[in-house]
Design a protein around this ligand. Structure first.
Ligand code: BT5
Length: 318
């Protein structure tokens, strides 16, 4: 009920009387007052003026599922949203839900993480109330070998969403880093649960530094606040990410995936650069000249051989 009152106040022009609300929701005016108080406790700024009624002035900077759901407009991604306080990792929360068999597109987000993770067990710094930490559960009809494509798709979708909301130019460093002015703004983590030839589910984790201050972040990181010198609404940003994700996800299984590859290349900071790449097999140096259809990075080594890498950490060299 409180969320329906919020929706009604949001859509209203001007004030809404207690009587109108009481009539609309078929509860007493005292009942309406109780819900308004509940909303105020959640941080909604609602004024009540005698003879005029209630008016919503501002919404809290909190991750509330009904705020994300409001006019979201997606059909798959974010149809169900779970918002948590501080968790160990949204990947773990999403994993439990995926095992229970929840529908594709369910989103888990959290205010903070105590054990946020990156690839290879690395740490993801996740201060409370500042960033976006979310995981999306997907059940794509693809083979395990094709899943790395989802990392590319996610990076493109998130980049476009951030650019649309903030106007800040974001670039992708292969395979999963989101950079602004060569500093790390966010990262994507793709984890999968699969049998030999069949994916059961994939969880895409997205971490973005939004209103995070520099002292809360590792040395080579940045946040949207640091770049733009102002705060952003995490709710608006999450909504746009989910919309953008859905737009690209619909194209994922078809030949339209080539469009994702093309867009990735346009946003890439890695292609055309001389790089050093380190993975468990060792280290190679050369020019990163293209991206293969499966998301592999194509490198021309100094000896002239062409190598493909599906994972690893890229270091730019001059
Ligand atoms: C990533 O890993 O970049 C993937 C990060 C994914 C985080 C999301 S948050 C929601 C979901 N739940 C999780 O538990 N994880 C996902 P990787 O490429 O391995 O980068 C990790 C490295 O980035 C660390 O070793 C640090 O050097 C750096 N780092 C850590 N926290 C950072 C931050 N907040 N901003 C920028 N860089 C960071």
């Amino acid at each position: 009920m409180p969320q329906q009152i919020v929706y009604f106040l949001k859509k209203a022009q001007g004030h809404i009387s207690g009587e109108e609300l009481s009539h609309k929701f078929k509860i007493s005016r005292a009942g309406i007052w109780k819900y308004i108080e509940e909303l105020r406790r959640l941080g909604y700024d609602i004024v009540a003026i005698p003879h005029l009624g209630y008016r919503l002035l501002s919404v809290p900077d909190k991750l509330l599922s009904w705020e994300i759901d409001f006019e979201l407009g997606t059909k798959i991604i974010g149809r169900e949203i779970v918002c948590r306080g501080v968790v160990s990792s949204t990947m773990d929360e999403a994993l439990q839900l995926a095992i229970q068999g929840v529908k594709e597109g369910m989103v888990v987000c959290a205010e903070g993480q105590t054990k946020g993770r990156g690839r290879l067990g690395r740490n993801w710094v996740s201060p409370k109330g500042k960033g976006i930490y979310l995981s999306i559960i997907l059940r794509p009809a693809v083979s395990p070998q094709e899943v790395s494509r989802l990392t590319l798709l996610s990076a493109v979708a998130v980049c476009e969403a951030i650019m649309k909301i903030t106007g800040i130019a974001v670039q992708i460093k292969w395979p999963n880093d989101l950079l602004v002015n060569n500093r790390k703004l966010g990262g994507i983590l793709t984890e999968l649960n699969a049998e030999m030839d069949r994916v059961k589910f994939v969880i895409v984790g997205i971490g973005i530094n939004v209103n995070t201050s520099s002292h809360q972040l590792p040395p080579l990181a940045t946040s949207l606040k640091q770049e733009a010198k102002r705060n952003f609404s995490r709710i608006e940003m999450i909504q746009e990410i989910l919309r953008s994700f859905e737009k690209w996800y619909v194209a994922f299984p078809s030949e339209k995936f080539l469009n994702i590859l093309e867009r990735w290349k346009e946003l890439s900071v890695t292609l055309g650069k001389r790089i050093r790449i380190v993975d468990p097999q060792g280290m190679i140096e050369g020019e990163a000249f293209d991206l293969d259809k499966d998301g592999g990075l194509l490198i021309r080594s100094d000896a002239g051989t062409i190598l493909k890498k599906l994972s690893g950490d890229v270091l730019e060299v001059r």
